[in-house]
Design a protein around this ligand. Structure first.
Ligand SMILES: Cc1cc2nc3c(=O)[nH]c(=O)nc-3n(C[C@H](O)[C@H](O)[C@H](O)COP(=O)(O)OP(=O)(O)OC[C@H]3O[C@@H](n4cnc5c(N)ncnc54)[C@H](O)[C@@H]3O)c2cc1C
Length: 178
């Protein structure tokens, strides 16, 4: 559906032998090694998705300022301007959380809960922002000639890959002692 720059494949490891010098982490404790990497992936992808969401927002904002209907730019209709206001707030929250999580990681203070919070917020915000951006463009938002549909398609992976939003909420709830 989206992120078509690379293909999606399955990888099978059958009878693979790894010399001791090439072992990452400890044998039979692979999840811990993978988990340590996942924090960086959650940080990097959260930053990338916030950037992509910002690009979708910029495009929608410019469109709202230039597209005229009923004698005025559509951005002057409150239904459109409030969408853009909500998008701006979501993006500011996402960006702040990305910076906070990067700082926490650099200080060695990040927790699993922090990683889940930034991943959940930035991916759900990307999905919501690109959905609203598509709506602001109207029919052009749905057309392949315009970039908004790509943001919309790409953003749908954000809440699924690297741990779904449901799993992030599970982690956050566990971190709250629930
Ligand atoms: C384009 C693409 C690229 C990908 N790239 C990679 C990659 O590079 N590396 C990699 O390892 N994986 C990759 N994935 C896989 C991706 O990480 C998984 O699809 C994702 O983790 C969800 O797992 P699943 O598809 O098995 O869904 P399922 O686990 O079957 O989940 C289905 C639904 O049930 C919900 N659910 C499942 N368990 C729970 C629970 N305990 N509590 C609440 N809800 C739950 C899920 O949130 C989801 O809504 C990729 C997927 C796609 C589509």
């Amino acid at each position: 559906m989206g992120t078509r720059a690379i293909g999606t494949t399955q990888v099978f490891y059958t009878d693979v032998k790894v010399p001791g010098s090439a072992v990452l982490g400890q044998v039979d404790r692979g999840w811990e090694a993978l988990d340590a990497y996942l924090w960086y992936e959650r940080l990097g992808l959260s930053a990338a998705r916030t950037g992509a969401a910002w690009a979708a927002f910029d495009y929608a904002l410019e469109y709202a300022k230039t597209r005229k209907q009923f004698g005025r730019p559509i951005g002057q209709f409150q239904a459109i301007s409030h969408k853009l206001a909500d998008m701006k707030v979501m993006l500011d929250v996402s960006r702040t959380l990305v910076y906070r999580f990067a700082w926490l990681m650099s200080q060695g203070k990040a927790t699993r809960l922090d990683a889940a919070v930034v991943k959940l917020q930035t991916s759900e915000a990307y999905k919501a922002v690109s959905d609203m951006g598509l709506q602001i463009l109207g029919g052009y938002g749905y057309c392949m000639e315009y970039p908004m549909q790509r943001f919309f398609r790409d953003s749908r992976l954000a809440t699924i890959g690297v741990g779904t939003s449901e799993i992030q909420r599970n982690i956050i709830a566990r971190g709250l002692g629930l």
